[in-house]
Design a protein around this ligand. Sequence first.
Ligand code: BGC
Length: 762
Amino acid sequence: MRRVSNSLIVVAHTLTVSSKLLLALSVLLVLELPFSGAAQKAAASATPYKDPAVATEKRVSDLLSRMTLEEKASMLAGSGWMESAPNERLGIPAIKMADGPMGVRAWYGSSAITNSSSPATMVMATSFPAGETMAATWDPDLVEREGVVIGQEVKALGRDMILGPTVNINREPLWGRNFEGYGEDPYLTSRMAVAYVRGVQSEGVIPSVKHFAANNEEYERHRIDEQIDERTLHEIYLPAFKAAVEEADAWTVMSAYNLVNGVHCGENAFLLDDVLRKEFGFKGFVVSDWGSTYSTAATVNAGMDLEMPGGEPMQKFIARPEVLAQGSGAGWLTADKVLAAVKAGEITEATLDRNVARILRVIFVSGLFDHPHVATGIVDTPEQRAVALQGATEGIVLLKNNGALLPLNAKKIHSIAVIGPNAGVARTGGGGSSLVRPKQAITPEEAIRAEVGLLSSAGVKVTYALGVGMEGENPEKDGSEARANLRKEAAEAAAQSDVAIVVAGRYPKLESESFDVATMDLPAGQDELIEAVEAANPHTIVVLNTGDPVTMTRWVDKTPALVFMGYGGQEGGKALANILFGVANPSGKLPVTMPKQFEDSPAYGHYPGEHLKVNYAEGIYVGYRYYDTKKVEPQFPFGYGMSYTTFEYYELEVHGGRIGTKEPTVTVTVKNTGSRAGAEVVELYIHDGHSKIDRPEHELKGFRRVELKPGESKQVEFWLGRQDLSYWSPEKKSWVADAGTFEVQVGGSSRDVQLKAPLEMR
Ligand code: BGC
């Protein structure tokens, strides 16, 4: 764990100017305390836990030794909806939390529901793109910067901890929270998880890597029992947690609602103890998901350290009949219940100490004990917004561009019809705990109008047509007659314009935490709208503003240009306009496979499960591991995305005998062969044709996003380790790479392998 308390300088060099100011302010505040100089030293040596110069473990044990049994028992549950329990006598602060991960989510008061419906009390912050859109950037440096600026906003709003990143894998296209995670691949997800955690923690803010483990569907999320074999867990569902712990030293992990192999995650000793702590070496604390505890002793003994929510808000929460009906659990680690279990001998005092120590350790290591955050209220700064815009722009994936319809030339176009239920509204993200209320958000229509205003002096006529009401949003527009009228209006607007842009997609009431998406199809009437507009205007651009893949078979072959916008946060509209008009060159690549239909997806037939059990029967064959191995043609493959320029790959070299050394194992040159500056994401896959066990066709083990000017080429280097060649052996219960010849594949998507070379491993 990084020791913030002992090495402020180490942290300070990664801080930005504003956070340095905050740090200076907090140091000043500390200096103003009644004690000073010798008196302070004396007090500190009498109470070592108060002394930042004392080693963390010593501070933890000293503080623990001063706590009564009752005080310790009261640390295991929150004191409010978003606060852990403080201890005033000993000066232990409450950890003040905020939801995330796509920015700091609205809440009001210090301890209440997190989703105020009143604008007067709503906390607003920068709304960043959804995790899936950030993953589409394939840019971990950017995700780390996102972590930094989100950390700044957490502090500015007087909080200490952000509930993110979400690193659960997109197992199938209908999970309501697919947009929150980083896609279907454990390697890509791991890189993003590490980056986000590093960024947040560099600000002294506590992240929470969630949801541990395998929260891959919302259906019956409190009761669903997932049958997942150990190999699949290790190869697909756990790597991002492992990476966040081993590489970023994550301070907390959030346990999931569901059961894995018969045991709730919050009392699953295999997951929490054998895997997370013993195998990965996790030293922080595990926090429950909100209402994911279902027992007292079993939960504490398994190593689930902090139950949330707590206090009065928790009591009100569990008093709601629908909460109990859903199978939500809470109120199991209250002080009285923990004490009773200790007295009954079901929990030993040593176990209680162990769990409390884990919470205290994070309070010290994060710097929270010594430097409480100073709430300045300053959020949504130009720097924070710039990160959000860059993410939204780099995260847009160009899927089709027949006849180079895009980018649009504002100087040549006279009229544009902007159409669709997601054109005139900023749909920044999916629903649920990740939805941030921004101070401002730009709609695609507004952004397109602004962009043509900037780019063309002659003036371009922009016409807006709704085309179809969003399903369930406004009953007046939902009837078949209303739809037919709106569609007609839109087709007319398209026919009278040089270009038509249809922004289709979902909204938080159809794609959200708490329930799965009902169908892979676009909401009612949107396919018909796209068909009608395409029939009216051959220059139609379809933009998809959703988190999950959608069925497009009805129209996609006729669509000249197709853009996957994902959920771009508050700057999504602007990012889209920048891409459409070529102010930015698309560089995003899909972090998920887009199947043609749900029936093609590997989990089909094993989702959502029956009788509260779901069998992950597809095993490790998730995403492209399935489509590429079983030769199922997707609509768009994993890792795919076009650019306005072109790239070529040369000189793939595998440097023998260098596995795991400091020398690069693989080098390849990529050249921009077109006439525009652009960025290519170079993807590296490993094919293992000789293993003793069934393995997928290939697996992503490296990638680099490379910016290239026209004509420019750059050599890209990859370092491979033994781990990158390994599979999880259920027999040996460890990672194994069978000696022999592997194949290194490099290219632009899982279906676009440009170069291959053998790699020997003895
Ligand atoms: C979600 C978590 C979230 C928590 C607190 C839960 O319902 O699953 O991701 O952080 O609520 O709002």
